[in-house]
Design a binder for this molecule. Structure first.
Ligand SMILES: NC(=O)c1ccc[n+]([C@@H]2O[C@H](COP(=O)([O-])OP(=O)(O)OC[C@H]3O[C@@H](n4cnc5c(N)ncnc54)[C@H](O)[C@@H]3O)[C@@H](O)[C@H]2O)c1
Length: 144
């Protein structure tokens, strides 16, 4: 059974973060440059929460707030929703469904070990299924 560890093996352990006192405008510029939908908010190595595209939509755009004068701390989602590195992928996907979130910070004991998105999980599951189909096809072909 695939675990979050396997997902990180394929995608890497980098986590892009932002300080809580940074403006929302600077945070979304970072997200656009990196083509990602979320930043982990942390000060002094301490993860505080997550700032996502949805936070921008609901708390800035729809409320008419200025992204230049609002800080990430004002609109981030907190507490941080995490997943253990040994958790099966299927359970992590259930967590995403239950908490209506598309990103989970991966923890290895007390340390942040990576971040996984819904897209990562779907990609990983599809690759797993393709490998399974290939294995079964060659097994069936070999038994004739
Ligand atoms: N059609 C669908 O069913 C479906 C499902 C999921 C995603 N999507 C779309 O696919 C696109 C990609 O979505 P996604 O779920 O992969 O999210 P995403 O765009 O935030 O993530 C893209 C990649 O960047 C990584 N990433 C994100 N934030 C990071 C951070 N702070 N530090 C380091 N890496 C980070 C993710 O792990 C992923 O590998 C989006 O446009 C999304 O709307 C579509």
């Amino acid at each position: 059974m695939s675990t979050i560890h396997d997902v990180l093996d394929r995608k890497g352990e980098t986590v892009l973060t932002v300080n809580s006192n940074v403006s929302v405008l600077d945070a979304i510029k970072t997200m656009a440059d990196a083509s990602i939908g979320a930043l982990v908010v942390r000060d002094d190595e301490q993860p505080l929460g997550m700032f996502t595209e949805r936070d921008y939509m609901n708390k800035i755009a729809l409320k008419g707030l200025s992204s230049a004068t609002t800080t990430v701390a004002d609109v981030m989602s907190s507490p941080l929703i995490t997943v253990d590195i040994g958790e099966p992928v299927r359970i992590a996907m259930e967590t995403m469904t239950e908490c209506h979130c598309r990103h989970l910070v991966v923890m290895d004991k007390d340390a942040m070990a990576g971040i996984v998105s819904l897209g990562d999980m779907v990609k990983h599951m599809l690759e797993d299924k393709e490998a399974e189909v290939e294995q079964l096809s060659s097994y069936i072909a070999g038994s004739y």
